[in-house]
Write a protein that binds this ligand. Sequence first.
Ligand code: FEO
Length: 391
Amino acid sequence: MIIKEIKKDMYGFVLHDWSRKLFDELIPLPDGTTYNSYFIKDNKSVLIDTADPTKTEELFAILKEIDVANIDYIVSNHSEQDHSGSIPALLSAFPNAKVVTSEKGAGFLKSMLLVPQEKIMTVADGEELSLGARTLKFLHTPWVHWPETIVTFCPEEKTLFPCDFFGSHLASSDFYARCDEKQYISSKRYYAEIMMPFRNNISRHLGLIEDLSIDIIAPSHGPVYNNPSFIIDAYKDWVSDKVKNQVVLPYVSMHGSVAKMTEFFVDELIKRGVEVKPFNLTSVDIGELAMSLVDAATLVLGSPMVLAGPHPVALYAAYLFKILRPKTRFASVIGSFGWGGNMLKVITDMLPTQGLEVIEPVMAKGYPKEEDFVKLQNLAEEIQKRHKELI
Ligand code: FEO
């Protein structure tokens, strides 16, 4: 754990989860994660976000270590349990505390954590709460990444507490982000997995945040930024409409036909100056796959036919693509079949209908033959042409 006095009487608590491997039983965590909580001591004392229920004891140990005798407010920027999970225990230990949250947040805290209504104080968008010498201003920023999410700003300390927003699943002994390649990749992976489906909302919220005078961004996962432009500029780039001359190629092959097509197609794209990232779906880290979709102009999915439809892992990749809602402009499919089936329709029906153009797929009967390789060359040519028009 880390206890850091960021400014006088304003603390950051970092609770490391070094060995956690999955989040939501879905998202791989190659670098573990942290749950960060913040404490401000003023005429009124406030704890901003709490911790995962597994870390409640550690949070109490920290409060004891810095002699916290009273908490007046517990701000819940986001109701997901990794930040709200310690609230019931805190309310038992500090019975005078009120939980400060949005109206929607109140609903979630009541339904998920059984927090009683009388313990909750809801705040409207832009509402302020005086702590004494300091103020907390609550900005409603829905869909980063739940509908109830808010961020808390302390103007006197020029510090923003955005909870999940601007976070990273990176357990580190550094309190402040190094703002290096490692941090950039961790933040981009986190954006891709958690925030990307809400790109348009985030774009609007960035506008709000840019109007604030901020020295410190203190998220509730990963290191804290004392150089906020590092993460704000990265987000501006990721949420922009700009795409890169890249093809993401998740594929699966049963008997080598799709593998051969993929290998040939990758080389044809490279020859044409198109960056390509193949991912074998039998061993893929879906975080890497999601991250590659942040900027890529095109997705090509490779699959054999299985029982008259796509291989199930290819369908899983198509579903992930659909729910992650990247800004990808073009999609296609390359595949192989033995005797028939409906693979193309099943895959293309799953792809988003808005803002995505499907380029003529290439299907080989059995092992790919000369005419199939020509079609793959044509597909590479078409992608190169579309990218040139766009980028
Ligand atoms: Fe870190 Fe959405 O919880």
